[in-house]
Design a protein around this ligand. Structure first.
Ligand SMILES: NC(=O)c1ccc[n+]([C@@H]2O[C@H](COP(=O)([O-])OP(=O)(O)OC[C@H]3O[C@@H](n4cnc5c(N)ncnc54)[C@H](OP(=O)(O)O)[C@@H]3O)[C@@H](O)[C@H]2O)c1
Length: 304
């Protein structure tokens, strides 16, 4: 299943989406004022939210540097953005590969000096039961690689220049999942997203003293190829990639420390206060749900 296979949301789902995901993109003028002439690195720019972010920022006058593994898609997107009058460059790299990340950071700094904004968006999600995960420690390794270790390596190489110039902004596309009770089958994904979220929140005060802002966006469901294979999400209220990109744009304009749906804090408090009953509810939920067809197939076709 890919992003194109999402069913068209009903009017009711769209109305519910507005309710659970209020707020939205800043005005075109505000975004242009914030990013025109700025160099913005967008990881995970070949698909989904990252691609939409790159389009939106390039349209507002930013110079976008596009990172992901799919070199062909990045080149095509960069070409399209340049043809539309924007400034865009493809910088293909695998964030799971420490040498590739080091080489990327070196070349980026040589070519551009410091970047102004880093949108840490590349990500890998896995939904797989424990039973299908036996013998698959690489699920944890690769989610940690792209969701945590790769971004940390990249930032540790790029932040010194930002700190030296005493300006810059790191925007992290996090998930509501790291702030509520962790759902079964999402362990590898949630743990790696939580690791980066905590790392960034931990270094944020030090960065602020150096003049570098951070924003953690706690994104709810977005209709992309990442979420498409999970049947339970297919009728749930969510955002289009372009709407999600609007939130990233809002983060860049406001430089707020966090952006989250209004209901996340109450849900987080309930997750802590009702930990016992929630554990029971999740046990029942596991019994009533199953691994997706693709999770089963992949576990059979690519065992370790
Ligand atoms: N979709 C949702 O419901 C949702 C909700 C909350 C948070 N998020 C977060 O939003 C972010 C974007 O997700 P999405 O929904 O847009 O997913 P997506 O459409 O699957 O895009 C993921 C992006 O990450 C890149 N990527 C994956 N592995 C990589 C690697 N090893 N090195 C470099 N780039 C890599 C992919 O490009 P290549 O395959 O070309 O490398 C792609 O551009 C993720 O961090 C995700 O955790 C998503």
């Amino acid at each position: 299943l890919d992003a194109e296979s999402w069913p068209t949301p009903s009017i009711a789902t769209r109305a519910l989406s507005r309710l659970v995901n209020p707020g939205g993109a800043p005005s075109a003028e505000a975004l242009r004022a914030a990013v025109v002439g700025q160099t913005v690195l967008v990881t995970g720019a070949s698909y989904g939210i990252g691609e939409a972010v790159a389009r939106r920022l390039a349209g507002a006058g930013a110079r976008v540097l596009l990172v992901a593994r799919s070199a062909d898609r990045l080149e095509q997107l960069a070409g399209e953005l340049r043809a539309g009058g924007g400034a865009a460059e493809a910088w293909p790299a695998d964030l799971c590969d420490p040498d590739a990340v080091a080489a990327l950071a070196r070349s980026l700094l040589e070519a551009n000096g410091a970047v102004d904004v880093i949108v840490n968006n590349a990500g890998k999600s896995i939904r797989r039961s424990l039973a299908l995960s036996f013998g698959r420690p690489h699920d944890a390794e690769r989610t940690m690689g792209v969701n945590y270790l790769g971004p940390v390596r990249l930032l540790l190489a790029l932040l010194p220049e930002m700190c030296a110039r005493r300006r810059g902004h790191v925007v992290n596309v996090s998930t509501i999942g790291v702030r509520i009770a962790p759902g079964p089958r999402w362990g590898a994904y949630q743990a790696s997203k939580a690791a980066f979220d905590i790392w960034l929140r931990s270094v944020a005060p030090e960065l602020e003293l150096e003049g570098v802002a951070t924003t953690s966006i706690y994104m709810a469901l977005v209709y992309t190829r990442m979420s498409a294979p999970t049947p339970s999400l297919r009728r749930a209220p969510g955002l289009t990639p372009d709407q999600a990109a609007g939130l990233v744009a809002r983060a860049i304009v406001t430089r707020r420390r966090t952006l989250a749906p209004w209901w996340l804090l109450p849900a987080e408090l309930l997750s802590v206060g009702l930990r016992g009953p929630l554990a029971l509810a999740l046990r029942l939920a596991v019994r009533r749900s199953a691994d997706t067809e693709s999770a089963r197939r992949i576990a059979q076709e690519f065992p370790r």
